[in-house]
Design a protein around this ligand. Structure first.
Ligand code: SF4
Length: 487
């Protein structure tokens, strides 16, 4: 779903989370609702659930956090043992309900509902073609394009063939939860760019963006959906069937899911995110460890990196202390108003406050997962120095972000990215740190036990796994030709 704006502290932001469930003998709405709570970090702008009771669809889609989007009566009204859900991050400039999901459409062969995490790079071409054939679109989102394309294919093909046909036309990243009448499907794009897992609960099966959503409803993770695979949950929770619809030589999993987006308690592509982050922290020490009195995370996402970093340092004989030296105010919402530059610069101060006794008169290493624009890092370094830190060293658990993301992550534009035209030394100078080091791409691949070529590293290399206008690719990839597209 093409959407996004900057996060609280200027970090990249994930754009969507998807779930689907097919259960025996009970309504799916409540477990879906709890699963969406578990995926709230993947999108806070809108939340929605669509269910099917064997006769008709029921839907409730609303703006806001999951807890605000549904009342008890809303959940009770969502009848049926099959359903899908979605949490969404907003489209820049278009924070309205027309883009909220799941997206629903009724057509001659029944009803469809779709939840999408990811971003298509050829949705305009498909939209033009379908519009030329009489399809009327109500939003500017790519999810509607997938829904219309699938609906069209379902007029001529069975469900599995129709999905395959759509997969052969759309190009980009997508993890989808789809419901066709009361049949729930999960689809992961052929590069496996965005995560999607299958889980089992007492009376049925679920699919979700992250395994933490399955844990929340007392389910067991079965496995990741494979790149290019379709999973069809049988009605009434009786099992599932899988179809490998598209094969590729190698995947392009988004490495940033592990570094930043996913919950630490989720398992993605066989890796527990928390352990990956600790391992990345250990590698950060190996590659660029520096002696200091104290090492502290930038909360919350730097925490696992910092504990791995400190542990590896202590094993090497360092006396560095691991401390939570930055306290986060959890009650500052995303939308606090900062009309002037001066007030914007206070944003970090509103969010984070150092513990003076941990910092004063000491040398400090702070660990963060990424630097996007550099504004937050600059403010953090100043904050710690104002608090009496003698030196502030910064270590980052990912390589420098030099290019935007076209796959559904809001990463800022090239012009806004501090590393797009500055060396590490220039960035260090700009943020006034005493030293600065990033993690290597090799360390990321090692920590995930995969080859670099099986990852999407587009934002740190400028080479993407998809055929994107005016950008380089890292593999032999061609965009599907769409007949009838205007260009
Ligand atoms: S460009 Fe970066 S954030 Fe986007 S999918 Fe690739 S690795 Fe993930």
């Amino acid at each position: 779903m093409s959407c996004g704006r900057d996060g609280d502290l200027g970090g990249p932001t994930e754009k969507c989370g998807v779930v689907g469930a097919s259960l025996a003998g009970r309504d799916a709405a409540r477990p879906l609702y709890y699963s969406l709570y578990a995926l709230q970090h993947r999108g806070q702008e809108s939340a929605g659930i669509v269910t099917h009771d064997g006769f008709q669809q029921h839907d409730h889609v609303s703006m806001g956090l999951v807890g605000d989007a549904f009342t008890e009566a809303d959940i009770d009204g969502l009848k049926g043992s099959a359903g899908i859900g979605h949490v969404r991050y907003p489209t820049a400039g278009s924070v309205d309900k027309s883009c909220a999901q799941p997206f629903t459409v009724s057509f001659k062969s029944g009803s469809l509902a779709l939840s999408h995490n990811g971003n298509l790079v050829n949705s305009d071409e498909i939209r033009d073609e379908l519009a030329g054939k009489g399809h009327a679109f109500t939003s500017d989102g790519d999810t509607e394009v997938i829904a219309h394309d699938l609906a069209r294919n379902l007029l001529e093909e069975d469900l599995v063939r129709a999905v395959k046909r759509t997969m052969n036309r759309i190009h980009g990243s997508y993890s989808l939860a789809i419901m066709h009448d009361e049949t729930v499907l999960g689809v992961r794009d052929p590069e496996g760019n965005r995560p999607l897992v299958i889980g089992e609960v007492e009376d049925g099966y679920v699919i979700a963006s992250e395994s933490s959503a399955i844990d929340t409803i007392d389910g067991e993770l079965v496995r990741d959906v494979r790149p290019g695979e379709l999973v069809v949950l049988r009605p009434d929770g009786e099992g599932y069937d899988t179809y490998q619809l598209v094969e590729r030589d190698r995947p392009a999993h988004c490495f940033f899911e592990h570094v930043y987006f996913a919950r630490p308690d989720s398992v993605i592509d066989d890796n527990l995110v928390y352990e990956v982050r600790r391992e990345l922290g250990r590698k950060l020490w190996e590659e660029s460890g520096i002696e200091s009195d104290v090492v502290m995370p930038v909360p919350d996402s730097g925490r696992a990196f910092a504990s791995g970093y400190a542990e590896a340092a202590q094993e090497d004989g360092s006396n560095v202390e691991f401390a939570e030296g930055l306290m986060k105010n959890r009650y500052v919402g995303r939308t606090f108003i900062m009309p002037t530059q001066d007030e914007r610069e206070r944003a970090v101060r509103l969010k984070l406050n150092p513990i003076k006794s941990t910092v004063e008169g000491r040398t400090v290493t702070i660990i963060d997962d990424s630097i996007v624009r550099g504004t937050t890092s600059t403010q953090l370094v100043r904050l710690l120095k104002d608090c009496g830190a003698e030196e502030v060293h910064m270590r980052i658990g990912a390589p420098p972000i030099i290019a935007p993301c076209y796959m559904g992550i809001n990463m800022a534009t090239r012009e806004e990215l501090i590393a797009s035209d500055k060396s590490v030394e220039e960035i260090r100078e700009a943020i006034s740190a005493d030293s600065l080091a990033y993690l290597s791409k090799e360390a990321i691949a090692d920590a995930l036990s995969v080859s670099q070529s099986d990852l999407c590293l587009g934002c740190v290399t400028g080479e993407y796994p998809y055929d994107i206008d005016d950008e380089e690719t890292d593999r032999d990839v061609t965009r599907p030709v769409i007949d009838g597209a205007s260009d």
